[in-house]
Write a protein that binds this ligand. Structure first.
Ligand SMILES: [Cu+2]
Length: 174
């Protein structure tokens, strides 16, 4: 059995059914295309866009100063820090660790400053699935008001090397 060339019919006019489907697909594509920018304004899904330049060693000092001041415990060698709404809260990403563990209170608004010491990381709060980028030399400010209490995990969702899969942090909301 030889391999046959397909029958050459593609240039023939489309049937009515096919034209209807092409029209339906086109209209739906246009609706979703227009909805994208509309959702930007009505979706309330946009991360804040407040960012500052910071050097990794400067940021590291701010993290350590906060830990020294507000440490309330320790878990597997990682300090637990009580966060306060009127003070900046610092979270440091580093291959392959989130530092420290912060403890927040439900209903209060915090300003989380997130930065990386080395490469790009992804700050992903689970199981609520809120995702933000963490970049070296950028202090990314996240204004956050927890609406539920419990224990949350922070996973890295930006591949950052060998230990990426083990880069799991924590966050408590009382
Ligand atoms: Cu990672």
């Amino acid at each position: 059995m030889a391999i046959h060339e397909p029958e050459r019919v593609w240039w023939k006019p489309l049937s009515k059914d096919e034209r209807i489907w092409v029209a339906v697909a086109l209209v739906w594509m246009l609706i979703t295309f227009i909805y994208m920018p509309v959702y930007h304004f009505i979706g309330a899904q946009n991360p804040p866009a407040e960012t500052y330049a910071v050097k990794p060693d400067q940021f590291d000092k701010l993290v350590e100063a906060m830990v020294a001041k507000h440490k309330i415990g320790e878990e597997k060698g990682v300090p637990i820090v009580q966060a306060f709404p009127d003070e900046p809260v610092f979270i440091r990403a580093k291959m392959w660790e989130w530092y420290p563990i912060v403890q927040l209170e439900k209903g209060k608004t915090y300003r989380l400053h997130i930065s990386s010491m080395d490469v790009d990381h992804g700050f992903s709060i689970q199981p609520v699935n809120m995702n933000f980028m963490v970049l070296p030399k950028y202090d990314y400010v996240l204004t956050l008001t927890p609406t539920q209490s419990g224990e949350f995990h922070v996973i890295c969702n930006e591949f950052c090397g060998l230990g990426h899969h083990a880069m799991v942090g924590k966050m408590y909301v009382k």
